[in-house]
Design a protein around this ligand. Structure first.
Ligand code: MSP
Length: 648
């Protein structure tokens, strides 16, 4: 194993809901880095996990009638299933409820307390007793109301432990300035320096007593450790920091890159390094704050019903389609927007047209014009050399871009080679060369160069799209030839051995009909039932067709409508039913004026037992669709059907 190590981490996810493509984004990026570094010879450690303590998790579990641990076990299983389904190559998965983490966090807390970096004091804030939550003055609504429940909060004091964050302000600024890539990209660094590090950096409250779902402060067990202090430490506790065996910590720490979304950069580039400084532990080389994936222009959120989950996309289009889109569409570091149309557009143009077509055309031509064997190249110079130059350019650009985490540009460098290779086919026209006398050498050269370019593409994309890359190698017949699949093997053009047998496999990415796919995705992602904020339907007892047959439903025409003399809600309707006439009293006066009803055709329940409603006879009932709070009522349309006709 290599002695060059590389440690990459994702944030640990809250297992309080299903993960969506925003979460998937961080993990896909970390996976791409991990795979690329392994591929280029590093001994890689890739860590991910779940952040399982805190009041929110406790409350969510309670709301489902479960013990927190039982609730979490189920949720974490789902998260692991997703990562396995996506073939995420993590080396370790840490849960903050594991002993290895809890014990180490307690030791860290004790150490910081012993050093004087954690001290006991009082926390003062606005306390909402029913919610058991402290709020700051600015969080309160209308002066003193709890933002969660709207009840009055009281000014209260509570004993708490504090971390001396203020002591580290100067060292942090110094670190930011002398390590310009520590907090990255530039915009995030500037935001931290100007919004947080130029102000009074206050000490941080790092314990709570208002709930108990957390790691207990070992020497004062009515306190639990603040969830962010607990969570941030995962990056070193997972490596065995302060345990009997800290060899992995010695080997991999400090992390080379810690990926986080932009909203948690502050925790990772200010609080986390200050804790590490207090522990005398080196800081990670880089905290990279990526942007958000928005849905259209909006933040994805359950209440807006605009969440895109990865599973349906993977099932329908494959793992690589989603990974390619996430890495290619957005500039890593900036916000971007997901729409079904831009997702599908990428699939068609880049994957089906550019890459899929190139592979399928090339393999087909080798089968047809060279008996399925890669021929040997005979001609040098001109357009043939241009292709090899382009392949080397792609390789060297890609390496630099991956090192800078510029996945989108990296993929674009490979796609330039793909597009150039497609153009090479159009320029050299192998189908014409095959027909012309004396062009065999030229044809062989073109076919060889195409196969070799595809091999290089397959190798280059392998850290980002390993499923597709394997399929390409299978079609080229080089799966077993390890020396042709390595990173070193693409530093030179011409390594593919003539005589290799190709065989056409399934189409890599079928062309999609965008409009019908959009319709299918809208159907899949449309919020349903409770997710859309609707209450579950309450159904009545089942009936048989014989029960239904007892009803006599007919179309009736309203010929007269008057207000009920004694009840505002009611109208007195005269209804023509074929040759008969009926009087029906109906509660629709809030929704229809009497004159609007004249001439309307409605459905009448004819055999309902007659009753008197506020003194007036009613012989039946008319059907109406009404929503739950009865603020909207509509008479079903049966216009054009003659009165008296049966409805069944
Ligand atoms: N538990 C904390 C992290 C603790 S790390 C010591 C947390 N969890 S989270 O589940 O809410 O978010 C995890 C990551 O997913 C964050 O980096 C966050 O930015 C990312 N994303 C969540 N929604 C996102 C998008 N819509 N777009 C891109 N990433 C976003 O924060």
């Amino acid at each position: 194993m290599s002695n060059k190590t590389f440690y990459v981490t994702t944030p640990i996810y809250y297992p309080s809901g299903k993960l969506h493509i925003g979460h998937t984004y961080t993990t896909v990026a970390a996976d791409a880095i991990a795979r690329f570094k392994r591929f280029t010879g590093y001994d890689v450690r890739f860590l991910t996990g779940t952040d399982e303590h805190g009041q929110k998790i406790q409350k969510t579990a309670e709301a489902q009638g479960l013990e927190p641990q039982a609730y979490l076990d189920g949720m974490v299983e789902d998260i692991k299933r997703l990562w396995n389904r996506m073939e995420i190559s993590y080396d370790d998965f840490i849960r903050t409820t594991e002993d290895r983490h809890k014990v180490a966090v307690q030791k860290i807390f004790e150490k910081l307390y012993a050093k004087g970096d954690i001290y006991k004091s009082e926390y003062e804030g606005w306390y909402c007793t029913p919610c058991e939550s402290f709020w700051t003055q600015t969080q309160l609504l209308e002066g003193n109301k709890c933002p969660d429940c709207g009840r009055e909060a009281q000014l209260a004091k509570e004993e708490a432990y504090f971390f001396r964050l203020s002591n580290y302000k100067d060292r942090l600024i110094e670190h930011f300035k002398s390590n310009p890539k520590f907090c990255y990209p530039e915009a995030r660094k500037n935001e931290m320096l100007s919004n947080f590090l130029n102000e009074n950096l206050e000490d941080l409250c790092v314990s709570r007593t208002t709930f108990d779902w957390g790691i207990k402060v070992p020497f004062d067990t009515k306190h639990v450790v603040y969830v962010w202090l607990d969570a941030l430490c995962n990056y070193i506790t997972a490596l065995g920091f302060m345990s009997d065996d800290d060899s992995e910590y010695q080997k991999y720490w400090p992390a080379n890159v810690q990926l986080v979304g932009k909203e948690i950069v502050r925790f990772h580039s200010i609080i986390w390094p200050a804790i590490l400084m207090a522990l005398d532990v080196p800081l990670p080389q880089q905290v990279f704050g990526h942007g958000w994936i928005l849905f259209g222009d909006d933040k994805m959120s359950k209440s807006k019903g605009n969440i895109v989950y990865p599973e349906p996309l993977i099932e329908r289009y494959g793992i690589d389609a989603l990974k390619y889109f996430l890495l290619r569409e957005f500039t890593f570091g900036k916000d971007g927007s997901y729409t079904n149309r831009n997702f599908l557009g990428r699939l068609n143009s880049d994957l089906a047209n550019d890459l899929g077509n190139l592979v399928s055309r090339t393999v087909t031509m080798i089968e047809k014009y060279s008996d399925s064997e890669v021929p040997s190249p005979k001609v040098k110079g001109g357009v043939h050399d241009e292709l090899s130059i382009e392949a080397i350019r792609a390789y060297s650009e890609f390496e630099g871009q991956m090192d800078e985490l510029q996945f989108s540009e990296g993929l674009e460098s490979i796609w330039k080679l793909i597009r150039r290779t497609n153009k090479y086919i159009d320029e050299t026209m192998p189908w014409a060369l095959a027909k012309e006398e004396g062009k065999k050498d030229e044809l062989d050269t073109v076919l060889y160069n195409l196969a070799e370019a595809i091999r290089i593409v397959g190798v280059l994309i392998s850290p980002l799209m390993h499923v597709t890359s394997k399929k390409i190698f299978e079609q080229l017949g080089i799966t077993g030839q390890q020396e042709l699949l390595t990173w070193e093997s693409v530093q030179e053009f011409g390594k593919l051995t003539p005589g290799t047998r190709v065989s056409k496999g399934e189409i890599l990415f079928p062309r999609l009909d965008i409009d019908s796919e959009i319709a299918a995705l809208e159907e899949i992602f449309a919020p349903k039932g409770e997710e859309a904020g609707q209450k579950p339907l309450e159904h009545k007892e089942e009936i048989t067709i014989d029960d239904f047959d007892k009803l006599e439903l007919r179309v009736g025409e309203i010929v007269d409508a008057q207000k009920h003399p004694k009840a505002d809600k009611l109208l007195v309707l005269q209804i023509k039913l074929g040759s008969e006439k009926r009087q029906i009293v109906s509660g629709i006066s809030k929704h229809y004026k009497p004159e609007e009803l004249i001439g309307k055709h409605v459905v009448v329940v004819c055999n309902l037992k007659p009753v008197k409603l506020r003194g007036i006879d009613s012989q039946g009932m008319i059907l109406a669709a009404v929503n739950d709070d009865e603020n909207k009522l509509v008479l079903p349309a049966v216009e054009g059907i003659e009165s008296g006709c049966e409805v069944s």
